[in-house]
Design a protein around this ligand. Structure first.
Ligand code: GLN
Length: 496
């Protein structure tokens, strides 16, 4: 096993830029690692070996010619299979898109390519990003590298697992209700949901357009900052893209003093329902923050109690509409096209065969919630709750700089434990969803292992809209303080 795979993206980028190793060597080391472990982990749905190596040689040539494309030039990355990449299969974890090759790059991919980042392949996910365990992928589950009998979180379990298994030093996820942060928490990695509109959604296959946001997944806060900076910023191709400067997240990630910083502990995101070992690690960090000179106070966000209920009406409503285009006519799977069936029958047969049970459940829920006579009672009420949640955040941020909570109520559960119980599955998102509904930003960082099961625990930092730099400011300080206590990087404890 090459030593290269254990390095952070920052370290790799420096080695590549200085010419000590080539991007091709680094890329090969990761492809070898994928070959070695992905049979067990199943983080990838597609490995793009030929193009990755070709791109790496291109970067090497550029560096030799004195043209360093970006601070992450030559570093490999794993891409969630919900973002389009020209001529590379994009399935969104669904049978209905099997065989579809997009004709265009998503903006995230364009920016990565321009920066000389090497895309290794596409990672596994819950079908159309619906789920919290990656068990709803039509292509089989991804396994958590900390314990292969457990889930890696979802929907971006493939991206998170690829980091924890050292198959890639960088990954991209998408977070509609927690799909970057919850997988980060249960795999001991770092995940950031940027402010809504901060990263372009062009070429991101929509789940719920008013909530979806792509963001960085890494093994360190600084790696996330560098990746964030590469992919963020205004894009005229996305009508909800924010046209203002990206907060300087890299400067913020430089481990500075948090003396005098005001940190709010969200009363509603803790206590009952949270695993004891999760609470214990969280409480230790709260004490640590006090000793580092921050002022920690409890903040009440009363409407957060209704966030889960509101989200599971708004998301199905939007997805029932977004997924209407997958009908066997334009993309992927087509069933019953034998001259004996009408167009409507082919559409219905294709959708019946192409979508899995969770997707169908949400399409039915959403169609119902939007139907006349029920619209006001369900969708309309949920939207009102959404406004109240945004107001809770505004009130909170008038008192404190950031809010914190555990990222997920439990550590990684066993594969199979919740797959047949949608409500139990939905409860994993209880702490992550408020941020998606309000459109602000949040980060999950590893804070240790829970004592009951020796599995990673994540802490969530939440900041106001377009104050993404605050996430990195606090995240870097907590990371440095904990690593000083442990005497090693957290991720080094993952069993290889
Ligand atoms: N668990 C959430 C859901 O199932 C996560 C969605 C997401 O962030 N893509 O809806």
């Amino acid at each position: 096993m090459s030593e290269l795979i254990r390095k952070t993206a920052v370290e790799l980028a420096q080695l590549i830029a200085s010419g000590e190793v080539s991007s091709e060597e680094v890329t090969r080391a990761h492809l070898e690692r994928i070959n070695e472990v992905d049979g067990d982990v199943h983080a990838f749905l597609y490995v793009d070996e030929t193009n990755a190596l070709e791109a790496a040689r291109e970067v090497d040539k550029n560096i030799q010619a004195g043209n360093l494309q970006s601070p992450l030039a030559g570093v490999p990355l794993a891409l969630k299979d919900v973002l389009t990449m020209k001529d590379v299969p994009t399935t969104c974890g669904s049978k209905i898109l099997e065989g579809w090759k997009p004709q265009y790059d998503s903006t995230v991919v364009t920016r990565l390519r321009n920066a000389g980042v090497i895309i290794l392949g596409k990672t596994n996910m819950d079908e159309f990003a619906m789920g919290s365990s990656t068990e709803y992928s039509a292509y089989g589950p991804t396994r958590n590298p900390w314990d292969l009998t457990r889930i890696p979180g979802g929907s971006g379990g493939g991206s998170a697992a690829s980091l924890a298994a050292f198959e890639a030093p960088l990954a991209i996820g998408t977070d509609t209700g927690g799909s970057i942060r919850q997988p980060a928490a249960v795999t001991g990695t770092v995940g950031v949901k940027p402010t809504y509109g901060g990263v372009s959604r062009y070429g991101l296959v929509a789940l719920a357009s008013s909530l979806d946001q792509a963001g960085p997944c890494t093994r360190s806060v600084m790696d996330a900052a560098l990746l964030h900076q590469l992919i963020a910023g205004y894009d005229p191709m996305d009508s909800t893209s924010i046209n203002s400067p990206v907060p300087d997240v890299v400067a913020a990630a430089k481990n500075q003093s948090i003396k005098g910083m005001k940190i709010g502990l969200v009363k509603q995101l803790g206590g009952e329902g949270y695993q004891a070992g999760v609470r214990e690690r969280f409480d230790e960090v709260v004490a640590l923050l006090g000793s580092l000179g921050a002022e920690v106070i409890e903040i009440s966000c009363p409407s957060f109690e209704y966030a889960l209920a509101a989200y599971y009406l708004i998301l199905p409503s939007e997805c029932s509409s977004n997924l209407a285009k997958f009908d066997g006519m334009r993309y992927g799977l087509r069933v019953g096209d034998d001259g004996k069936h009408s167009v409507e029958e082919v559409m219905s047969l294709s959708r019946a065969a192409g979508f899995g049970p969770e997707v169908k459940r949400r399409i039915m829920l959403g169609t119902f919630a939007l139907s006349s006579g029920y619209y006001d009672a369900y969708y309309g009420s949920a939207q009102k709750v959404r406004t109240l949640i945004a107001k809770d955040f505004t009130d909170a941020f008038s008192q404190v700089d950031v809010l914190i909570s555990p990222t997920a109520p439990t550590t990684a559960f066993k594969i199979g434990d919740k797959v047949d119980d949608p409500l139990a599955m939905y409860l994993n998102d209880v702490a992550t969803i408020p941020v998606n509904l309000a459109g602000n930003c949040a980060m999950s960082i590893p804070i240790g292992l829970a004592k009951e099961d020796n599995l990673p625990v994540g802490l969530q930092i939440m900041a106001p809209v377009m104050a993404d730099d605050r996430l990195y400011f606090l995240g870097a300080v907590i990371e440095a303080a904990l690593e000083a206590q442990w005497g090693h990087r957290f991720i080094e404890k993952v069993p290889s």
